[in-house]
Design a protein around this ligand. Structure first.
Ligand code: GDP
Length: 316
C-alpha cells in the first residue's frame, strides 16, 4: 500500500513527467522519495541499476525515465530511441522485481497505438495495426516495456502497471526548437519572434493533425490514482478527453505569447500521425479527471518558460 513514508523511487525525476509526479507526491505528504540523477545512476547500465536497488530497496517504483523527443528527434535518432529505452525498461523492471518492490508504474505513451485507429483510442487498440513511422523506434521500445510489465505480472505475480499518457506539456519540458515536442518548441519560437519583432513564424507540417494535450500536473494526479487504486495488466490511458488542430494550437500560442506577425505552415516537415485522442473511460472509472484546461495550462507553462529558460535560450 502506498503510505506517506513508503520508499518511492521516481526514475526520471528531473523530466517533464517525473518532476510533475514528484510535485504531486510531495503535495500529498510523501517524504521518502528516492531520487537519483542520470549521473548518479545510469539506467542503461544494468550493474548500476542493480546496485541502486540492492542498496535502497524502494517499495514503489515510478518509471518515468526515457529518452524522449519530438517528431524530428525521433526520426533522426532511431537507434538511440530504441536501444536506450529498451535497456532502461529491462534494467529497472528486473531490479525492481528482484529486490521486492511492492508495485511499479511504467509510463508508456499514446504513440504506441496504431497510426490509423478509431478515435478516441481505447486501450484495446494496442497492437491492432501498423505504427506511425516517424516514432516507430520509440514506440517499439515502449511496447516492449509494457510487455515486460505484463510478463513479470504473469510469471512472477509482480504488481507492475502501465499508464499511457497522451502528449504532455508543462514546466521542465525541453524548449528546444529542433528536438522538442510541438508545444515547448512553439512557445519558444513565438516568444523569440515577438521579442525580435520578426514578421513570420514557421510551424511544421500542414497544421491539420490533431493532438490531445495534457498538462503534466494532471498526469501527476493520474499516476497517484493508479498507484493507489489500480492493479491489472491492462494499460490505462491518461489524456485530456479532447484534442486540437495543430493549426489552432499555433494560433493559441501566438495569442498567449502576444505575437502579432504572420504564421506560415511548412509542409516539407512531417505531420506524423493524423490524430491520437485517447479514450479516458477506464481512468475516469477510478474517479480521475483532468483539472487544467489547455489555455490556462499553456499560460502557466509560458510564465514558467519566461522565468526559467527565456534568458538562457535567447542567447543560443
Ligand atoms: P508527435 O505527437 O509524436 O507527432 O509529436 P510532436 O510534438 O513532435 O509533433 C506534433 C505535431 O506538431 C506534428 O504534426 C508536427 O508536425 C507539428 N509541429 C508543428 N510545429 C512543430 C514544431 O516546431 N516542433 C514539433 N516537434 N512539432 C511541430
Amino acid at each position: 500500500m502506498l503510505l506517506p513514508d513508503s520508499r518511492v523511487y521516481v526514475a526520471g525525476h528531473t523530466g517533464l513527467a517525473g518532476s510533475a509526479i514528484c510535485r504531486r507526491l510531495e503535495a500529498e505528504g510523501h517524504r521518502n522519495l528516492l531520487l537519483r540523477t542520470h549521473t548518479e545512476v545510469e539506467l542503461t547500465d544494468e550493474g548500476a541499476v542493480e546496485r541502486f536497488f540492492d542498496a535502497e530497496k524502494p517499495s514503489h517504483v515510478i518509471l518515468a525515465a526515457a529518452k524522449v523527443g519530438g517528431i524530428a528527434a525521433n526520426a533522426a535518432f532511431p537507434a538511440e530511441f530504441l536501444s536506450v529505452n529498451l535497456r532502461i525498461a529491462a534494467n529497472v523492471i528486473e531490479s525492481a522485481w528482484r529486490h521486492g518492490a511492492e508495485k511499479l508504474l511504467y509510463l508508456a505513451s499514446s504513440c504506441i497505438y496504431p497510426r490509423v485507429t478509431p478515435q478516441p483510442i481505447r486501450e484495446e487498440a494496442l497492437l491492432t495495426g501498423a505504427l506511425e513511422p516517424t516514432n516507430e523506434a520509440y514506440a517499439i521500445a515502449k511496447i516492449a516495456g509494457l510487455k515486460l510489465c505484463q510478463a513479470y505480472r504473469r510469471q512472477h505475480g509482480f504488481d507492475a502497471i502501465v499508464a499511457m499518457p497522451t502528449n504532455l506539456y508543462g514546466p521542465h519540458d525541453r524548449f528546444d526548437l529542433e528536438a522538442g515536442h510541438v508545444l515547448p518548441s512553439l512557445l519558444r519560437r513565438f516568444h523569440e519572434a515577438k521579442e525580435a519583432g520578426a514578421p513570420e513564424v514557421i510551424v511544421w507540417g500542414s497544421g491539420s493533425p490533431r493532438r490531445d494535450f495534457l498538462h503534466a500536473d494532471d498526469l501527476g494526479t493520474a499516476c497517484l490514482t493508479l498507484l493507489r487504486d489500480y492493479s491489472d495488466e491492462m494499460p490505462v490511458n491518461i489524456g485530456s478527453g479532447d484534442d486540437i488542430l495543430i493549426r489552432d494550437l499555433a494560433f493559441l500560442v501566438a495569442e498567449i505569447t502576444g505575437y502579432r506577425g504572420a504564421i506560415t505552415f511548412d509542409p516539407s516537415r512531417p505531420d506524423g500521425t493524423p490524430e491520437k485522442r485517447l479514450d479516458i473511460t477506464r481512468i475516469s472509472g477510478l474517479g480521475w479527471r483532468p483539472a487544467i484546461d489547455l489555455r490556462s495550462g499553456i499560460e502557466q507553462t509560458y510564465r514558467w518558460y519566461r522565468e526559467n529558460c527565456a534568458r538562457e535560450t535567447a542567447t543560443v
